[in-house]
Design a protein. Structure first.
Length: 305
């Protein structure tokens, strides 16, 4: 009998529904979730989607809707420790000492990664922000290397805006694993930016999330994303540096919805068991530690082929 494929969703969000927000877990001011998804992204909603789709575990990335209040995600992790791990959101306004202290505290609370959102750094002009690779950001990045905690970077407005800053981080702390969200937002209308992503393959500590396909200016069934983005990334980075994610709850508004997106990407790789296993769980577990156990384990640096 064939063993069922273990599936880890390496990128999704949860936030409080309206009832939870009104009682214990308020939204950050001005960061209320979109009305269409406001009551679709609570922890129980996610668990239902995972159960229906055969997804075994997930990495919850702290949503902007709760900003730097990690209590809702912490509750999800601690209530469902075999299903969830967490990636917290770094606060660029903190002093170096406070940022390192927060990092250490949240690591003890069950978070196994840190998200850098470059647009939370102070804006310096129309298309530039303060450097992630300076001050407290750099020290947190280095500390993550010591703790074997990957740092995820969200280049929502384009990789090219942050390429030099990313390279500076990579060279300042080679032992820190960096994970680029959503294929680094390398839209299909910008091959020059995609070439920059391919160049980052030379840094063996870089991984890429194959997630949020709908953010790359393609539509279902995402054939161009497969042939023009995923397959070149597989050749450049290898199977051990790519991981699957859905970007729940936003995927719910796409034709595939949650389970359909799992099946869509699975269809790309199911003919090659080693690639399928790496994409759907091995890479994520090498970066963040194994799912399915209540005993915290120290996450290690990625094993590369």
């Amino acid at each position: 009998m064939t063993t069922p494929l273990k599936i880890i969703d390496s990128h999704l969000h949860v936030w409080a529904n309206e009832q939870e927000a009104s009682s214990n877990f308020p939204y950050a001011p001005g960061q209320e979730p979109p009305e269409s998804l406001r009551n679709q992204a609570c922890t129980s909603c996610l668990l239902q989607q995972m159960d229906k789709s055969g997804v075994d575990g997930a990495l919850i990335v702290q949503p902007i809707n709760h900003k730097f209040d990690h209590s809702y995600v912490t509750s999800a992790i601690q209530t469902h420790p075999t299903h969830f791990k967490g990636m917290f959101l770094h606060d660029p306004s903190m002093t170096e000492a406070d940022a390192i202290s927060t990092l250490d505290d949240l690591a003890l609370a069950g978070f196994c990664g840190v998200r850098f959102n470059p647009y939370l750094w102070p804006k310096t002009n129309d298309d530039s922000w303060g450097k992630m690779s300076q001050g407290a950001g750099l020290e947190v990045y280095k500390r993550c290397g010591e703790l074997h905690m990957p740092v995820g970077v969200m280049c929502f407005q384009g990789l090219s805006l942050h390429y030099d800053d990313i390279v500076t981080l990579l060279e300042a702390s080679p032992k820190t694993t960096m994970i680029l969200d959503h294929l680094a937002f390398t839209s299909l209308d910008n091959d020059e930016t995609f070439q920059q992503l391919l160049q980052l393959a030379e840094y063996k500590q870089v991984m890429v999330k194959i997630s949020a396909l709908f953010r790359l200016k393609d539509s279902s069934p995402y054939n161009r994303v497969r042939t023009e983005r995923f397959e070149p990334l597989l050749r450049a980075f290898g199977k051990d540096r790519l991981m699957f994610g859905t970007d729940f709850p936003f995927v719910l508004e796409e034709p595939e919805s949650y389970g359909g997106m799992v099946e869509r990407v699975k269809s790309w790789v199911e003919s090659d068991e080693s690639v399928c296993n790496a994409l759907f769980y091995e890479t994520a577990e090498r970066a963040f530690g194994p799912w399915g156990t209540t005993t915290p384990s120290k996450v290690g640096e990625p094993k590369l082929s």
